[in-house]
Design a binder for this molecule. Sequence first.
Ligand code: ZN
Length: 194
Amino acid sequence: MQKIAKKLVQVMQECSYIQKTGTNDFHHYRYATSADVLEKINMALVKQKLCSVVLPEILQQADVTTAKGNIEHMATVKIDIMLIDAESGESVSFSGIGTGQDSGDKAVMKAQTAAIKYAYLLSMAISTGDDPEADTKTDQMTSIPVKDKQQIQSVQTICCECGIKLTTGVRNVSLNKYGRPLCMKCQKKLQGVA
Ligand SMILES: [Zn+2]
């Protein structure tokens, strides 16, 4: 655990403060978007050759009535994040829980995004200068900014075995097939082809 612990300290140092770039149009205050958090975390993880595996689990789904009388969907999602050091093979795991509310079909996605964001914020002890309660509410009540959606699609990952950078396509295929991000070469090795 010594090698990965040292790398995590580096990640924490690099992410010790994440600037707020999002604005809540209704309440007029700034908050750290999920894109802000994930962008910074991912840059730091890739630099340290740490690869991340995220496993979401839906804990609860329900319909709620808003103050205006509209029915919205609410979802609570638990995510487990495992960070694997591509150099030493050591790993650490931590979890996060998030809630999302949406009139359409995006409640689970919002909950998942919030859960990932808070898992990193808490486990890496990152400050965004926010009142946590105000921030949670923001996540629940506003839709995810376009920047966030793109970011989540294009989160940079490295291969768990050799540490090279992966494209989104390769990462997704590998996650589906092997449950962790691997490059084409390491996937072939697993299949016994190479
Ligand atoms: Zn590889």
